[in-house]
Every structure is written in C-alpha cells, then in structure tokens.
Design a protein around this ligand. Sequence first.
Ligand SMILES: [Zn+2]
Length: 320
Amino acid sequence: MSTFPVTRLRRLRRTSGLRGLVRETRLDLDDFVLPLFVGPEPQANPDLPGMARHSVDTLDAEAGELVRMGVKAVILFGIPDEKDEEGSGAWDDDGIIQRALRALRDRHPELVLLTDVCLCEYTSHGHCGALDGDEVDNDETLELLARAAVSHAEAGADAVAPSDMMDGRVAAIRTALDDRGFEATPIVAYSAKYASAFYGPFREAAESTPAFGDRRGYQMDPANVREALRECELDVDEGADMLMVKPALPCLDVIRAVREAFDHPLAAYNVSGEYAMIKAAGSKGLLDERQAALESLTAIKRAGADVVISYWTKELASWL
Ligand SMILES: [Zn+2]
C-alpha cells in the first residue's frame, strides 16, 4: 500500500465537485417517510413544528402539499376523540385513522400510506395492549392488534407497521390479513424497538404517555444488540416484509448489525427526541439545524437503513 506523499486523500476533497463524485451515501426523498398525527381537531405544537396535529380535513391539504413537494410516503398516527380500557378506537371502522385513510386514499392515490398499529394512543391507561392487573397481557393483545391492522387495510393502508412489541404479533397480523383477503398488504415490523428516553416529544403529541409504570416490560432494553437480532429473526419467521430499528441515532450499531444479518429491507425511525434536540439547539444558535439534520440522516443511511422515518422529511424535500 502506498503511503504519503504518494497517497494524499485530500486530493479528492479539494472541490465540491470532486467530493460529490466520490460521495458514498446520498439522501433520496424516495427513501423517506413523514410521520403525521391526525386527531379530531387541528392542534399546533409550537415547540415542535413538525409535529402539529391535523384533522382529517387539514390532513388532506397537507398531503396535497407533500405530494407537490415530492414526499412519497407518510406514516399515520391517530389520536381518538375518546379512549377506553380496551383501545377500541384502534379498530373502529369509523375511527380517526380509518377516516383519514379513506380520505387520503381517494384524494392522493400516489402517496404511500403506512399506519402505525398499536393500542397506546387509544387506551385510557396508555399502555400498548390489554391489561391483566398492572401488566400488559401479551396473548390477549394479539387479537386486538390484528383487528386494528385489518381495519387499516380495509380503509386503504398500503402497509401496516406494528409498534407494540408483543411476542407473536407479526404472525397474528399476517394470519388475520390473509384471512380477510389482504395477502398483498405488507407488514413493516418495528422489530427492535427500544424503551428509549428519546420518545418524549412524540408522547406529548400523540397523548400516549402511560398512566402508570413504563414500557420496559415489552420494549427492548437499550443495552442489548444480540436480542435485537433475535427479535428480527422471529419477525422474519412470522412473515415481516420489512424490519425496523427504533430509535435511530442512539442505535446506529444495531442498524448496522441488522443490515449485516438480514437481507430484508430495513427501516430506521429517527424519533421525536432526536429531532427535538437538534431543533432546540438550532433555535438557540448552538448549531446549524439543517447541517446537523442532514448529517444525522446521512449517518442513519450510512449505518445501513434503506428507509428512514423522520420528522424532517418535509423540510428535506425543500433542502434536496
Ligand atoms: Zn404503543
């Protein structure tokens, strides 16, 4: 191997054109998914501009603007009018997500519509499944999740994304979808979803903070990476079409490990706390938000993600 002075790596960094020629990782809007919140009424979120809540009506206008800007995909989160113990709003045919899906499906056929499948936005206790005492009952929850996923497919979802972290939920959802004639609906599994401190702003936006306890009994311990591979393996065996790691920036090593172990398409969720930190630092003038966002998103791609779910997707459309 030749060394200095024959080799000078700075030669290819000299101009923007040369750097572009040898750039290894690029951001392409085709790979990005924007999370959208829909509830009974629009509600601004001054602390997090990317996380305002839409009504079904304002969502339609927003989707139109997104399509014009070149955004290809969104993932929908619903905030229902009323919550109950079971979380029945999650599979209500006239529920918030189902109405939003029907409206968007008709008006914006080109927009890819993913839906988050979970119960925590719909349960009065804010946990991701049915309770047995103070614990979430895994097996009781599976049928409820499957019902929610089927109702999303019926209302026009292009893919369903279970985020609950119950064991066996991918198989339960696959079976239920197939039984109802939705064999063509893919499952994007939140396979390695960690019990992360970085979800804080989302919980405020989605009103899904648990009324008691936390989610460590079902979401993964941030200390583990081998366990993430086991989660992915189970989801693959149960029929997941795409895998996901969440959060993204604190888990770049997990993204890399999953990328190397599986050939399935891999998504990473650049979560609300990752976004909020940079927004806050940017607004204080501590760093340049756009540069920091682009560097973060590039790092997530470089680690091995094919698809990135990010609150910056709309801004990215104007930056690229
Ligand atoms: Zn949940």
